[in-house]
Write a protein that binds this ligand. Sequence first.
Ligand SMILES: [Zn+2]
Length: 318
Amino acid sequence: MRKILIIAIVIVSCSCREIYQRPKVAGDRIKIVATTSILGDALKNIVGDKAEIFILMGAGTDPHMYKPAYADVRKLIECDAIFYHGLHLEGKMEDMLVKLQRIKKVVRLSDALSESDLFYMDDKKRLPDPHIWHDVNLWQLCMLYAAKAMAEIDEKNTSYYTLQSEKYLLELRQTDNLIRDIIKDIPPKKRIVVTAHNAFGYLGRAYGLEMKSLKGISTVSEFGLYNLSHMIDYIIENEIMAIFPENSVPEKLMFALAEGCEKNGWKVCIAPALYSDALGDAGGKAGTYIDMVLFNIEIIAEYLKKTAHDHTCGSTRS
Ligand SMILES: [Zn+2]
């Protein structure tokens, strides 16, 4: 793997544009690479039939841990433009993406946002939370930025990209309103969401949910027994009925948490997995960005509204 990265970096460093840029054929569609499935789906709404999008990380792939394969490096080098999130989401390939700017248009979507839009996990503001898409309003700013970038990449279709983005932004605004309506039905005291890694900070801030997680903002970080026992105490003290696994993080963490609660006389329900950093399979319940955010909020609402009367979770002590 190291070898592939070195080859790519050498290629990029030599600035041999004419060698590595794809020969253009009349009528050829623009070729775009998007790093994640979430970004790829959103971009498809903007580029419509004017560009071809190749997604590096498919459904259920964890971007924090992803290392590009040889075929990915080829795609990155041969495409016309690259879109990625930034803020260290693509932790293992960010250096390569930055270097590729020397030979082609590379769009970092998080540049659409200002410092005040972001969450930082440290006082020195070195560790921004990259999971911006869980706030649909912030994602709208990113999509507007993506549409402007497409107009620069393919100037002759500027009005097409503007029209497409206007349609998509309207859908995103409707989605945002729907999420707010769903949250209104959750009793305020029950709006605590326990997850495996801290991917939903923006969701919590935007829609008034308190987020708690075992791991940090990257799945790379470890958690200790200390975190686990503290979380068990927190769940029992706050009478939390459900915890939420994620599609791109192994479920064993959530099972360990549920088991720990049960040993202490509290049965916590394990909800269906939320989609945090990757879409579900195409055509499925979370196969698009909009379906993903709506699926997540519906599951969160259903499980946070559970009460002891449901007899599925709550105290096991008589
Ligand atoms: Zn993440």
